[in-house]
Write a protein that binds this ligand. Structure first.
Ligand code: PAF
Length: 284
């Protein structure tokens, strides 16, 4: 596996691969790999001839007071894990190379970014959409893989790729969970033992909602209240949002259908913000 730091070198490599008729699949990441990232890399390998993993903690998607400085980083460990996961290039640019002097473009997606994480993290999706568009350009990717844990992010990226005719395939990967159901996240490393136990309330809530729906509940307001009560029963939790939304529009649903998604963001001890989601009528 090669490590490339320079965007120009990355593009030259990608152009040569494309000229040779090879299909490039990109896995954009912010590093500190866990099994969730590794499964995105394995999925990417099955969708093309070359896998590029980008590792860039993107300052533009963190708001003031968020965890940019504290975000976990371990380049050597990430390089070893990627090297053992079928990755051809680890693209790890510096901030100055991704946002060089004179950079002044922002990619901004409309309505889809106004809900859920978009309302509690203003500017977050502009940062994501801008960096991802730039990564697509630099790596000349034919396809890119994203996890469904960031369901809204995936929806926003699909929208921007369609709206801007970027012509690359976007592939979603189901949430990867720990054995007890906690959705894998680099931010889980912030949790101490008690907080880790508290964090399970997200997955428990998803299971609770699915049980209620299986028992016939279709009123989204009622489901939302039951989920909120379940989360708030755990000391140290603060709800950022609990929403039942349609997967296509991310607009709130009144009645449960087979495209109704429960999406949650919860702060633990006012320190660690975790998200999770899942369909409530089908799936596991
Ligand atoms: O999901 C992430 O890790 C980031 O938002 C992404 C897509 C790599 C953009 O910085």
């Amino acid at each position: 596996m090669q490590v490339i730091r320079s965007p120009a070198v990355m593009t030259a490599w990608a152009e040569a691969e494309r000229r040779a008729g090879r299909r490039i699949v990109l896995v954009p990441t912010m590093g500190f790999f866990h099994e969730g990232h590794l499964s995105l890399m394995r999925l990417a390998a099955g969708h093309g001839d070359r896998v590029v993993v980008s590792l860039f903690v993107n300052p533009a998607q963190f708001g003031p007071g968020e965890d940019l400085a504290a975000y976990p980083r371990d380049f050597e460990r990430d390089r070893d894990l990627a090297g053992r996961s079928g990755v051809d290039v680890l693209f790890a640019p510096d901030v100055e190379d991704m946002y060089p002097p004179g950079f002044q473009t922002t990619v901004s997606v409309g309505d889809l970014t106004r809900h859920l994480c978009g309302s509690s993290r203003p500017g977050h999706f502009d940062g994501v959409a801008t960096v991802v568009t730039r990564l697509f350009g630099i790596t000349r990717a034919d396809a890119a893989v994203f996890g469904e844990k960031d369901f809204q992010q995936l929806a926003v990226i699909r929208r921007l790729v369609a709206d801007l005719n970027l012509g690359l395939e976007i592939i979603g990967h189901p949430i990867v969970r720990e054995e007890d159901g906690l959705a894998m996240s680099s931010r889980n490393t912030y949790l101490d033992e008690d907080e880790r136990a508290t964090a399970l309330c997200l997955y428990e809530s998803l299971r609770l909602a699915r049980r209620e729906v299986a028992a016939g509940v279709r009123d989204c307001a009622l489901l939302r209240e039951r989920v909120r009560a379940h989360i708030l029963a755990r000391p140290g939790t603060e709800i950022d949002y609990v929403a039942l939304v349609d997967t296509a529009t991310l607009e709130p649903c009144e009645r449960v259908t087979d495209t109704t998604l429960l999406a949650m963001a919860v702060r633990i001890n006012n320190r660690v913000r975790l998200i999770d989601n899942g369909l409530v009528l089908t799936g596991t």
